[in-house]
Design a protein around this ligand. Structure first.
Ligand code: SF4
Length: 273
């Protein structure tokens, strides 16, 4: 059953060398090591947020599962607010768009690995598709593309509309097409961010066509070298954490105009041996 696979998948391991690992390591090596330890402990379900569950649902569905997801049939241990919200969004996506909306699927969550500065750096695009000339008029209603070709699709959830630069200048936009080309030799035209808005404050939570957005970021003009600094700093931070058990205290609390965001290990596990 889909729900069993979902549970299995959510409690399984994740990538240990992806962009999220390297950007965490570049900020604090100790946090990267603690995250890895937490993932290996198998206690991952609580750690998953709406976006992660939403991704997993897309992945399992696209890999061939056909079971409908009914929230009231969820096992008790899975009825978390995050899970319920992710299922609401995922079922909403399926109401509006066919499975092959973005073209012919070539790969689903296929991990590719590249060696950079002697370190393994991975990418795991949600979807790789071939978009043909015939697909373009349909897709135009959501996003303007430069032409037919191979594209990476990245599914996103967001509270509401963001500046498109949030997506087009993200690490995924810089890295994914480069990684795919380095590992497979295949050129992608770019990455399309397929975004669903949660609109948490709206009284009417129904999903309409307005709940969707899409942003395209071209693969051209991006270089593998663009992320070398991130990997180099991450590697040095992890070495420092391993050798001296030291993290980066400047990252323990981050300040935004409205609140302080504390590292989950601050004042807790981080202080231990
Ligand atoms: S509490 Fe600070 S030093 Fe410790 S892991 Fe978090 S960011 Fe790093």
């Amino acid at each position: 059953m889909l729900i069993d696979k979902l549970h299995e998948s959510l409690t399984g391991g994740g990538s240990e060398a992806g962009m999220s690992y390297w950007s965490t390591a570049a900020a604090c090596g100790k946090r990267a090591l603690l995250d890895k330890r937490k993932a290996l402990s198998g206690d991952r379900l609580k750690h998953y947020d709406v976006g992660s569950v939403y991704h997993k649902l897309h992945e399992l569905w696209r890999l061939g599962d056909h079971v409908e997801l009914e929230i009231d049939k969820l096992p008790a241990e899975l009825t978390t607010p995050e899970m319920v919200e992710a299922i609401r969004l995922f079922n909403g996506w399926r109401v509006f768009w066919p499975k092959d909306y973005w073209g012919r699927t070539l790969a689903v969550e296929q991990e590719v690995a590249v060696t950079l500065l002697n370190e393994k750096v991975t990418a795991r695009p949600d979807l790789v598709v071939d978009i043909t000339e015939e697909d373009l008029p349909r897709i135009k209603s959501r996003v303007e593309l430069p032409g037919p070709g191979r594209y990476i699709i990245d599914f996103k959830t967001a509270a509401g509309e963001n500046d498109p630069l949030v997506y087009s200048e993200s690490l995924q936009a810089v890295w994914y097409c480069n990684a795919w080309k380095e590992a497979t030799g295949e050129q992608c035209e770019g990455i399309i961010f397929d975004i669903i808005y949660k609109h948490p404050r709206r009284k009417d939570r129904s999903i309409t066509e307005e709940s969707f957005g899409a942003v395209f970021a071209s693969a051209y003009g991006r270089h593998v070298a663009d992320i070398q600094g991130l990997v180099e700093q991450g590697r040095d931070n992890v070495m420092r954490a391993k050798a001296y058990n030291l993290g980066n205290r400047a990252e323990c609390v981050r300040w935004s105009p409205y609140k302080a965001i504390t590292c989950p290990y601050f004042g807790g596990v981080c202080e231990g041996p």
